[in-house]
Design a protein around this ligand. Structure first.
Ligand code: C5P
Length: 419
């Protein structure tokens, strides 16, 4: 499809005024979760307008949305006609997010209908549009819905993948609404970095995330401050770009596991190594975002080491070096055991670019994301920035942004590298 046929998306608003966010709500049981979404945008300082479909108001009353957003709520194209509301709401929006989007509203948008205020708003809006579907699995998988979703994506609308899980009633499967904070995060990412297309469709992506832990005895371990956020954000974004995603996760904060990704839990470096190597052959892209413990205690005590008993094992830990997982994966690639592109991470506290370049050469990866972690930056923090280095000597600065935004920029760079 040519660019002319796609929706032309206007540039994001200047930062000086609050962004105008339209939260569209369609008539599904998950409509109550839209309340949390409205709160999320409001807390971020956005000016939120809720536009429900008439059937959404069967689930949540207009008063709730009015109180949460601070704006009146209308559903039809004939309310406030003097203000030409059916055109103005869409024209003034910086972002439109529809959550939950039912099969019906997706069909009406795909057909270009404008039979209520929400669909009229979508038809007028030139800002980024993000749709979070929620419906029964059969409806989601129906060829009619899938064709409509493809149409919307071809027009530059971001349709997020629904989560798998418990639906209303006893059934489980794809069709559950993503958690509101994930929808908000993905929508902000789209606003900052552009629509998410299905450009990773058919690709198998293997990502390590979090920190490894090495046992000293049954209660103590050596660990690090990795939260797993960047690795999970990479998985989230890849899944919404259509990839088949596996995450091998060490210790992570209480993070929502990325919807649509298979998550394999490990603890030690050697467990992570085994899990990554086992899956490397099938992968098209491998990202080592985990903070791997370089050393482990030579002996793991089977019972708790006691202090005050001149316990040599506690006073002097004898450490042995762990395998370098990244190097091992590069060796597999060089031996023709995997065709995957391999991207590593480097956390540096001084001269990040020089150290990063030397590390890329040493490790033999295709790409390296270098973070400046001096002064407590990055680890456990919601934001990230740095430089992306490629084997052929390219250096691209990755602007400061949320870890999801940085993830979207990393995927763009990986896809460019593939070409
Ligand atoms: O050498 P350094 O730890 O700075 O390298 C960081 C990169 O190497 C990261 O991608 C990390 O996941 C990976 N790594 C590894 N195995 C290790 C140490 C680091 O795969 N033992």
């Amino acid at each position: 499809m040519s660019d002319v046929q796609k929706r032309s998306v206007k540039a994001p608003t200047d930062e000086s005024r609050g962004r105008r966010v339209v939260v569209g709500v369609a008539g599904g049981i998950a409509a109550y979760k839209a309340c949390h979404l409205v709160r999320d945008f409001k807390e971020a300082g956005d000016d939120v307008r809720v536009v429900p479909t008439p059937s959404a108001l069967e689930f949540v009353g207009a008063a709730t949305f009015e109180a949460l957003s601070g704006h009146p709520v209308d559903t039809g194209v004939f309310s406030r006609v003097d203000e030409v509301q059916h055109v103005r709401v869409g024209q003034e929006a910086d972002l439109v997010v529809i959550a939950p989007a039912t099969a019906d509203v997706i069909a009406r948008i795909a057909a270009g209908r404008a039979d209520d205020l929400l669909t009229a708003t979508v038809l007028v809006a030139t800002c980024p549009i993000v749709i979070a579907p929620a419906m029964h699995t059969e409806m989601w998988l129906n060829p009619a819905t899938q064709a409509n979703v493809t149409t919307l994506r071809e027009r530059g609308i971001t349709v997020l993948e629904p989560a798998h899980g418990r639906l209303t009633g006893k059934d489980t499967g794809p069709g559950r609404l993503l958690e509101p904070h994930v929808i908000a995060e993905m929508a902000r990412t789209v606003l900052a970095t552009g629509p998410l297309s299905q450009s990773l469709s058919g690709k198998r992506v293997l990502i390590s995330a979090g920190g490894t832990q090495e046992n000293i005895d049954p209660v103590r371990y050596i660990g690090n401050r990795s939260s797993g956020r960047q690795g999970f954000a990479l998985a989230d974004v890849a899944a919404h770009k259509g990839a088949n995603v596996t995450v091998v996760a060490g210790n992570t904060e209480e993070l929502e596991t990325p919807a649509g990704a298979e998550v394999v839990r490990v603890r030690s470096t050697r467990e992570m190594e085994a899990a990554m190597r086992e899956r490397a052959a099938e992968a098209d892209v491998i990202i080592m975002a985990a903070a791997v413990s370089d050393y482990r205690p030579e002996h793991e005590a089977t019972s708790k080491l006691k202090k005050g008993q001149a316990n040599e094992d506690l006073e002097t830990l004898h450490l042995v070096e762990n395998p370098d997982i990244l190097r091992g994966l590069v060796a597999m690639r060089d031996a023709g055991q995997t065709q995957a592109r391999i991207l590593g991470f480097a956390a540096e506290t001084d001269q990040p670019l020089e150290h990063g370049q030397a590390k890329l050469a040493r490790k033999g990866a295709d790409m390296l994301m270098v973070n400046d972690v001096s002064g407590g930056k990055v680890f456990g923090q919601p934001r990230n920035s740095g430089w992306l280095l490629t084997r052929d000597g390219n250096v691209a600065e990755v602007a400061d942004g949320s870890k999801h935004e940085v993830a979207a920029r990393i995927w763009d760079a990986v896809e460019r590298f593939e070409k």
